[in-house]
Design a protein around this ligand. Sequence first.
Ligand SMILES: *Cc1c(COP(=O)(O)O)cnc(C)c1O
Length: 500
Amino acid sequence: MKYTSTRDKSLSVSSAEAIKTGLAPDGGLFVPREIPQLTMEDIDKLVPMTYSDRAVKILECFLTDFTGSELSECAHSAYNKNKFETDEIAPLYKVTGDMYFLELWHGPTCAFKDMALQILPHLLKKSMVKTGETKEVVILVATSGDTGKAALEGFKDVEGTRIIVFYPENGVSDMQKRQMITQEGNNVDVAAVNGNFDDAQSGVKQIFNDHEYAEVLERNNFMLSSANSINWGRLVPQIVYYFSAYCNLVKNNEIQLGDSINFVVPTGNFGNILAAYYAMEMGLPIHKLICASNENNVLTDFIRTGVYDKNRDFKTTCSPSMDILISSNLERFLYQVTGCDDARVSIWMGELQKTGRYEVPDVTKTKIKEIFYGGCCDDEKTLETIQSVAQNNGYVMDTHTAVAKCVYDQYKQETGDVTKTVIVSTASPFKFSDSVLTAIAGEETTAGADEFALLDMLATRAELTIPASLAGLAAKPVIFTTTCDKTEMYDVVSHMLNLS
Ligand SMILES: *Cc1c(COP(=O)(O)O)cnc(C)c1O
């Protein structure tokens, strides 16, 4: 299968090339030329398999220039008991008769980003070999908190690669920051950016699109690539867990093969929910995709009105990994939903760049509403939701998952839909202990406590075990202290690579 660009469909590259380069040369995103189809029989065959075997089957549909044994090597190195705290990798937790949480945070960094970033380095290394690449790859990451650490863990000490992570100085939780500034590995660098996530992301995009700088890098035998969800190599592994969740429901006799279900996805960059959309287009029986936003509700408005307008105040919330006003992966959805209209997508993305706004026509609006429901939830409601689910169901969620649960409640109230529903749980509650404890025990309990005291308090309060990777951070020295302005991001990169 070949890949093309959302902004120019005359382009045609292999999956290895798409994964290696990350972003298409015209600034568009790589998309598959066609979407592979699975029948109910195909899905039935996945039911008895382990997570990593299911992954191989889904990856095979998209990464046709990789052999089965190569994909098997990648999947088994990523999804195993050494890396994840559970054999199941992505377990489903049944809350009530028709509602489940899909826990995607049992990996090394306690957030769902591990699901893709544990396998991406393996796919990338093989892609380099396949495309005859001899330069060293430099992974540039802008993170709203969780991607940075997951990418660092995935790429640390991977031969032939370097990784540089930029995070917004005041836009990540204490624990997220601690995870990044203590990162070990001989090929890693981390810097804080004065600004918010969109500043960090646009800085990284600018470096990516700078052809002159690319030549400087090339002369020094480096090339840039991306571990953000703009890289197709991050999206494909995310499609897997939607199939896997469905198979687990069938396996546990919660549904019959062929029944439709809903997924609720807490959304920022639109990567995770886009993977669900691809699963749906491949034939997974999905009734509705519920797109949940925090107060940065640009997507809620878009789904409801067809107008994408980022001209609004950026809000810093207690679900920081969703504090995003430019949802990059929406571009891929627009390409698909307009029947691959690359010219239209280019115009919209041009308008977004120039005016911060674009509007899709009525036919597109109708299609969007058939697939998605959009809703949002502020911090107060988020904490209330954590509290009520803890009290009523004995289940303690993180803030991002709580946004999803809250929006699901709105959806159910509004539509009366009783379809069985899987809420995608994207982070361990321990990653956001401060907010979670405030929700379940009151603000006074957290006052003055540092991030490690908070872990202990949450463990006691919620009767849960602290993930080993978080507990271990207390003993690790701080390695990275650089803070830069948006305009200095080039210097950080050049400095790390010793460019003259
Ligand atoms: C990244 C992240 C999200 C948002 O996912 P997108 O793919 O950016 O939409 C939600 N929750 C958590 C915990 C995350 O780390």
